[in-house]
Write a protein that binds this ligand. Sequence first.
Ligand code: TRP
Ligand code: ZN
Length: 885
Amino acid sequence: MRTEQPKMIYLKDYQAPDYLIEETHLTFELFEDHSLVHAQLVMRRNPERGAGLPPLVLDGQQLELLSVNLADQALGADDYQLTDSHLTVQPKSASFTLDTTVKIHPETNTALEGLYKSGSMFCTQCEAEGFRKITYYLDRPDVMSTFTTTVIAEQHRYPILLSNGNPIASGPGEDGRHWATWEDPFKKPAYLFALVAGDLWCVEDTFTTMTDRVVALRIYVEPENIDKCQHAMTSLKKSMRWDEETYGREYDLDIFMIVAVNDFNMGAMENKGLNIFNSSAVLARAETATDAAHQRVEAIVAHEYFHNWSGNRVTCRDWFQLSLKEGFTVFRDSGFSADMNSATVKRIQDVAYLRTHQFAEDAGPMAHAVRPDSFIEISNFYTLTVYEKGSEVVGMIHTLLGAEGFRKGSDLYFERHDGQAVTCDDFIKAMEDANGADLTQFKRWYSQAGTPRLAVSESYDAVAKTYSLTFRQSCPETPDKAEKLPFVIPVELGLLDAKGSSMALRLAGEATAGATSRVISVTEAEQTFTFVDIPEQPLPSLLRGFSAPVKLSFPYNRDQLMFLMQHDSDGFNRWDAGQQLSVQVLQELIAQHQQGQALHMDQRLITALRSVLSDESLDQAMVAEMLSLPGEAYLTEISEVADVDAIHAAREFARKQLADNLHEALWLRYQANRELSKQTPYVAAAEHFARRALQNIALSYLMLSGKPEVLAATLEQFDTSDNMTERLTALAVLVNSPFEAEKAQALAVFAENFKDNPLVMDQWFSVQAGSTLPGGLARVKALMEHPAFNIKNPNKVRALMGAFAGQNLINFHAADGSGYRFLADLVIELNGFNPQIASRQLAPLTRWRKYDSARQALMRAELERIRSSGELSSDVFEVVSKSLA
Ligand code: TRP
Ligand code: ZN
């Protein structure tokens, strides 16, 4: 908790460090009621910062200083200055050692930052600024040091002692204690430090690298989870091979370890050689984890592994450059997931997520550029913008340079900057230098916040046989800036003729026609591209594969969208045409609801989805995606003023219409796929995910009929399926149904069967928190009293309150403000013991400008209540004050 007023930190104030740390030698003595940390830092004056010996200012928070020695001289209280955030000493020479001993309290650390306990296990989380809660240090990513770490703890309770790098020595100690020493030869910033001590079992394997080195792989978990590690191990080996093949990147240490912990603020952390994971991002097996969970494990294992190069070997100079490692690494893990599964489906899911959540962030009070220019609390900037939009920005570079050019650029980047702490500009420079390209204007994507709009209009000249597309780009004002300069927007496009075939594309001035799909770069506020030799009026397919993170508009009518759904050669745009058609139809229903009219749905949506459903040649996962109507959160995002009730009523009405009209076709598809599921043992692979995805969305539509045979099928699936994907869907379908007795029974059976598996209980909480039937808040409050609930565990908070506020919009936005009051109370409580989680749970309230004036007033009042609730963490302070500004 702060004692000083939180202050804004600016990128423009960046200065290199006055001192460097060459070597870091740490000894941890772990006890039940405190721990001791001895640090020996081998330091020198940073020659870059000139002569003279300025004071050495070390970061440190919540540390009890027991001793400090400078150049082997013990310092007395008069020889240093101590505040609650810094220790300042005066070096006498350019090279020296600094030894400190501090006492800390991991056993009461509920913020889960620094050294803390998760259950009976000690673990660490140092990114971004957690290392300063472990020892006095220069806790900034441009200070890179080698580390040697000795851990001493009771042998019986903590048989496993781990840290970064390679194990070099271990042995017994006194009083039933033992010790182990680890050495990490690679220089790294302190945020990549890790330590684990616990009673853990591990699954072991090996990986032989491209140069034939054998690397030991270990996944450590609590003994009861040893049967849930195989999927993560397989994912790890696939990631290691993929990074060699796709980026030429080889692993560097002799050992790579993953540890699963139950209490973790985020998904996982890429500590050098010792990744620490939220158990939800490691553990997966058919009986307990859904297909989505399996895919998430695969993606996060890959993400953290890929950081070994994009983040660890080449790290960030300062935290404003966070997207340098996160945007690039998300881009890398997306490419991996696309290669392991269906690339089009992966793209659809990523874009749907970006458009719903990142676009909302970019339009809200916390909007910031991919490389922000200022922040109060860096933990608040692990955002959708830095991660997901950052990945899109890297993806646009890939599109502009082509796969080969991009690879040349990444090779140069890794080679040029290995062992350095660098900036987004360095990344761009490597891409430019390797390709002779000029990305000067492109770099505006890093500095300008907000989602650009791209309005497109067409004109066809039948006599000249030319077709022109005019692009107008603009970017809305964001809290940081009103005026925006034009972006470089790569637009991949094609032109379809009346039969749906792709036309050859030749721009005016070009000698010959090229491919039927190509990328043009829109670089001006308004720009026209004219295609020649166009024999008939074409239908454009724009922004294929979502080639830029913009809001594109083109005046398609519904028949044209249906045509694109059928004929576009770009799978992503076929889906997107369906989404645009659905949006048009839903917006019409929303308007009818608002005007108090009876709802009448455009039957073309039914026709379009009927043909999707009967197309046996389509990837079943695509069929499932196309059957999914845009979510309420997305409909909110694209509304000027979101009418919560109308959106919910319109979408539910449309779902019922589709369910009624497509009942036969859905039933056939459901039964065929369920039959196959019964005959096939669970496999975590794309075609099986696809089959179950279609089966499950079909079941959720079918249940809207309330027919007894559907209830029977749902119960059969719930009772007899061998995997969590089918079982949880059946449970969710029951929970959202009117069959109260069956629902209660299924919930009770499920809870009884899985009461000892916290990750499965998280699913059980989420399914109920997400139920949009009336009475949502009361159900959530009752569930908080359930023995499996624990507010100190972030996964539980996300599963229950996160799902309620994020996915149950009709209940959360109850007109009486009860949902807002509930969330504000929660944030105030969380602020007291876990500021990072408090600040994240606050996000839904920050979107108050989207709603009607009555809801706006209620939401603002709750934000104000939080603001004046007492001592706020810098995390919550920043979000609340920016939201009310
Ligand atoms: N670097 C981590 C990742 O790649 C992010 C992370 C893990 C993190 N734990 C954190 C960020 C705690 C802030 C606080 O996903
Ligand atoms: Zn990351």
